[in-house]
Design a protein around this ligand. Structure first.
Ligand code: NAP
Length: 259
């Protein structure tokens, strides 16, 4: 797919993978709407990208608010007359703690990582049905098993992966493409707080280039790096008793003897 003149919305563009994706997209001569909550970070990336592409605009948006999503889709349409691609990348992650289990973290994770994707489908499906379009949802290779301390995050990514899969098939007759991106560990603010070893940790810049290549090829699933893809497949097939031992060790949890 040639991205020239395509109108692309990208959520979570103020940092990490989203920011790097915006940078590589800006060079493709497309029209870009950068979305996130933090104004100063958005302004900084907008000014940086405007130097190479005048058609880059930033708008504040909390993807967990249906009204916010409605408003930015409306504004983007006013600005560019159409929308071709929505890259739904915004995401949050919090550690769970049995000594202080807090369901408000679950609300924030599911509202952002799951509903923050679904609201864009709601807003864009009618337009995409008429003109064609593409959704690119950023899930994770952590979508296949429940890793201790990351249960809310894994559950949210499993939900988003299955939602995207179903939509990929359901929307195909309308010429609407749905791509799922499943990165392994990428060096960003999200992973900076992880206390466990992250094998094959990749720079966000490299991740963005792989995602861009996958979008151009319209790949159903864009997953990387291959070592982590393989690891995730093995973990998925692993018997539960072995997975328990592996995951407990990796996340530094001491299991009672004999269990
Ligand atoms: N890093 C990894 O290893 C990795 C691996 C697999 C998948 N992923 C996924 O990749 C995506 C990007 O993650 P990242 O590592 O780049 O994280 P990051 O550096 O923490 O960036 C997250 C982005 O999401 C935005 N965001 C968070 N909540 C939002 C909300 N309610 N509304 C709008 N924007 C919101 C943040 O901007 P504001 O705070 O300004 O709103 C920020 O721009 C996420 O979906 C993540 O789950 C990451």
């Amino acid at each position: 797919m040639n991205l020239k003149d395509k109108v692309i919305l990208i959520t979570g563009a103020s940092g990490g993978i989203g920011r790097e994706l915006a940078k590589v997209l800006a060079k493709e001569e497309c029209k870009i709407v950068l979305l996130a909550r933090r104004g100063p970070e958005l302004i900084s990336i907008e000014s940086e990208l405007k130097l190479i592409n005048p058609d880059v605009f930033a708008m504040k948006c909390d993807v967990s608010s249906r009204q916010n999503v409605k408003a930015v889709v409306h504004l983007s349409r006013e600005l560019f007359k159409k929308i071709d691609i929505a890259i739904l990348n915004a995401g949050v992650s919090f550690k769970t703690d049995p000594n202080n289990f807090d369901s408000t973290l679950a609300e924030e994770i599911f509202d952002t990582n799951v509903l923050g994707v679904i609201y864009f489908f709601e807003e864009l499906i009618p337009e995409f049905k008429k003109n064609g379009g593409m959704f690119v949802g950023i899930s994770s290779l952590a979508d296949g098993r429940g890793f201790p301390k990351s249960g809310l995050y894994c559950a949210s990514k499993a939900a988003v992966t299955l939602f995207l899969e179903s939509q990929r098939i359901e929307l195909k007759p309308f010429n609407i493409k749905v791509l799922t991106v499943k990165p392994g560990f990428v060096r960003t603010a999200m992973t900076a707080k992880n206390e466990f070893k992250m094998p094959f940790l990749m720079d966000a810049e490299k991740a963005a280039k792989i995602i861009l290549k996958g979008i151009k090829k319209e790949k159903r699933i864009i997953q990387f790096p291959w070592q982590t893809v393989l690891g995730a497949k093995i973990l998925k097939l692993m018997p539960d008793f072995l997975f328990d031992k592996f995951a407990a060790k990796q996340r530094k949890i001491t299991l009672p003897k004999g269990r």
